[in-house]
Design a protein around this ligand. Sequence first.
Ligand SMILES: [Zn+2]
Ligand SMILES: [Zn+2]
Length: 128
Amino acid sequence: MNNYDLDPEMEREIRKEELEWEKAVTDWQADSKAEREYYEQLEREQIAWKLRWPGHCPKCGGWGMFFVPGKLTGPPENCYPDESYPCEHLSDDKCHRCGGHLIEDNGNAVCDQCHWSFNDGIPEFIPN
Ligand SMILES: [Zn+2]
Ligand SMILES: [Zn+2]
């Protein structure tokens, strides 16, 4: 038996490993493509949001508060745990999205110009 004459069992084993490796590479390429597209899409949404709300608060990105830990900012349903603190960059009566004036509406602070109420900001990465 020379070096080029592998035992068929061994040959099957090697082929199997090659196929597994090829599949791993293909999966990885698909994952990184999906990931790249996700971030590109997110970036487009962020740019569109900033163009729409040029007067937003630069500190909190329009959310009006910070959420810790995990996802740092965003609406409460996308954050964990539910620990949050308000952004104090603007005075209490200022809208963090458009810079407008906050008025009280049924116990909530609502912007009288864009109707924001701590419910919107720059689109962010949302963990699965
Ligand atoms: Zn703010
Ligand atoms: Zn506003």
